[in-house]
Write a protein that binds this ligand. Structure first.
Ligand code: ATP
Length: 232
């Protein structure tokens, strides 16, 4: 029988004050896979991530995790259940060094050493303030705690934004490691090129609704173009 989804959104409406951004979103995410969600600026990608993480509340609809209704659960409760969000801002403290940032997440030296083994660039920069790292190094740092302790579900909001193709490839390699450790990934991006090398499924978000969802193998290039442009 078909496994029940790890994450399910049913008719989710969410937004900011009077402004509704997600207009009744339905989405089911299978455990163990990689879903790339594409959409133009303002499509609601960040709002979707925040709603799954519990940082933005649902005006209507339900969020289910492992079949359990978590719609009313606060963010810290969802993170305890294994739902984590790497925000577009990357969630690091720019005035703390790489090592100090890691210490906030990983108390044990052995876990931090494991991160440095995996990311030699970070090891070389451990005394540098995070705000002075390159975009790619910052993205590695933001993923580091989760590489050390893989969560059940990781949402990454624009993980390759502003990165060169080469550095984006390194970030995707880190995400692939997480996938191989059993983490289910939702990668939210404006453009698809890089994430398509990793995605099992691709969805297009437009104007707060899911326009389509396909197996990556069945993608139509014209559909992809319309997802970038925000058309349906
Ligand atoms: P982007 O790629 O620009 O981040 P996005 O697809 O992630 O786009 P969201 O950030 O979810 O889109 O924004 C969707 C809509 O919600 C936009 O019209 C935006 O102006 C609005 N919005 C986002 N954050 C807030 C907020 N804190 N208060 C009010 N409106 C907001």
């Amino acid at each position: 029988s078909a496994a029940s989804p790890l994450l399910e959104l049913r008719g989710v409406r969410a937004g900011y004050g009077e402004v509704e951004v997600l207009h009744g979103l339905d989405l089911a995410v299978t455990s163990g896979g990689v879903l790339a969600l594409l959409g133009a600026n303002g499509a609601g990608k960040s709002t979707l991530c925040r709603t799954v993480a519990g940082l933005t509340s649902c005006g209507a609809g339900k969020v289910l995790f492992r079949g359990e209704d978590v719609t009313a659960a606060p963010a810290h409760e969802r993170s305890r259940l294994g739902i984590v969000l790497v925000p577009e801002s990357r969630g690091i403290f720019p005035s703390l060094t790489v090592e100090e940032n890691l210490q906030l997440w990983l108390r044990e030296q052995s876990l931090r050493d494991g991160v440095y083994d995996r990311f030699p660039n970070l090891a070389a920069r451990r005394g540098v303030e995070a705000g002075n790292l390159s975009g790619g190094e910052q993205q590695m740092l933001s993923l580091a705690p989760f590489i050390a302790r893989p969560p059940a579900l990781l949402l990454a909001d624009e993980p390759t934004l502003g990165l060169s193709v080469k550095v984006a490839g390194e970030v995707l390699a880190a995400l692939r490691v997480l996938r191989d450790e059993g983490t289910t990934l939702i990668l939210v991006e404006e453009k698809a090129q890089e994430v398509l090398t990793l995605a099992d499924e691709v969805g297009a978000l437009s104007l707060g609704r899911l326009q389509w969802l396909r197996a990556a193998a069945d993608l139509d290039p014209d559909e992809l173009t319309s997802a970038y442009l925000g058309g349906a």
